[in-house]
Design a protein around this ligand. Structure first.
Ligand code: HSE
Length: 335
């Protein structure tokens, strides 16, 4: 161990900033995290529900650097910006560093993305949330999960123009999360029964900002009533492990009718998936990925076969994933 920050000035500053946390830093520490994909909205819960999946995921490694500020090294082929203020992981880390009372601190982050940007399974959230969770671990965990969501939302703001937490929160908390409120943050973990998830990612890009800009700003009361009935039904179904209730609550009368026109094969995928036994599903986040939930892995595999057949027929390149809900969220895999 070398360069431990224990001088009086820093200790005093940190005590004021975060209620007595002592900033003892081991500059040799290196942390690697696995940051999973997430499915936002969960059909009816636009901007308020989301869950983490086991695959795909990004891998990120963070360590201290002699260079003050954030140094980003991309270890993938996505050619994302390396300037911290233009990179979602960088924007999240800048927000975190603004609350670290250590002068001239430098962090170097290596990012190996496997979640394609613009896929609709929380690629930007995996980067932003993974970066701040890894940095928090490196700093001996001065920040709460809620703080980390707050920092990571700066990455989402950069990516989509809006601070939404329905990918960030499940990525950090794991499982299914309800974002009851963003200002102030109020995140509730929802216990969920065993569920398998099939995701198809047609190889087209739908930018979240575009998918948000086409939404109507006003809704009819009768549609709102249907929607909040479904959200409540879905949460109750998850809590009670009532698969039939989960299935019939996976209905979206507000967002899906508008956004589904951006996704070739969408309605056929849903129809065929239900035919082979899926509980239900819909657009993953802002698309173009589509997800379906099933009670058993073999059903989820059959759903994947149907998805592949549909996209092969319409000659659209695609990837499918058969996975499950990830109860842990971001995991430290090496430190
Ligand atoms: N709730 C957001 C949206 C998620 O649907 O726009 C984006 O991944």
């Amino acid at each position: 161990m070398k360069n431990i920050f224990t001088n009086k000035r820093i200790f005093d500053a940190s005590t004021a900033a975060s209620g007595g946390f002592v900033w003892n830093i081991n500059r040799d520490k290196v942390v690697t995290v696995l940051s999973p994909a997430t499915v936002a909205n969960m059909v009816c819960g636009f901007d308020v529900l989301g869950f983490a999946v086991e695959a795909p995921y990004d891998i990120m490694r963070i360590q201290f650097s002699n260079q003050p500020g954030i140094t980003i090294i991309n270890e993938d082929d996505f050619q994302l910006p390396v300037e911290p203020e233009k990179n979602v992981a960088g924007a999240a880390l800048l927000a975190l560093l603004a609350e670290v009372p250590i002068p001239d601190i430098g962090l170097e982050i290596r990012i190996r993305k496997q979640i394609k940007p613009g896929s609709g399974v929380g690629s930007s959230a995996a980067s932003a949330a993974g970066a701040v969770v890894a940095a928090n671990y490196l700093l001996n965990e001065p920040f709460s999960k809620s703080d980390l969501v707050r920092f990571a939302m700066n990455g989402e703001k950069l990516a989509s123009g809006v601070k939404h937490a329905d990918n960030i929160a499940p990525c950090i908390y794991g499982g299914v999360t309800l974002i009851r409120s963003i200002f102030p943050l109020d995140i509730v973990s929802i216990p969920a029964p065993e569920l398998y998830v099939t995701i198809v990612h047609p190889q087209i890009e739908v930018r979240t900002s575009d998918a948000r800009s086409i939404l109507k700003q006003n809704v009819l009361l009768k549609d709102a009533i249907k929607q909040w009935g479904n959200i409540a039904g879905l949460v109750a179904g998850l809590l009670q492990s009532d698969y039939a209730l989960i299935g019939r609550s996976l209905e979206d009368v507000l967002i899906e009718p508008v956004r589904s026109i951006l996704i070739p094969g969408f309605h056929e995928v849903k129809e065929k998936a239900l035919e082979v036994g899926a509980l239900g599903g819909g657009i993953s986040g802002s698309g173009p990925s589509i997800f379906m939930l099933s009670t058993r892995r073999d059903i989820a595999e059959s759903v994947a076969q149907e998805m592949k057949a549909i996209f092969a027929r319409i000659e659209l390149a695609h990837h499918t994933y058969v996975t499950s809900i990830n109860p842990a969220g971001i995991r430290v895999i090496e430190s």
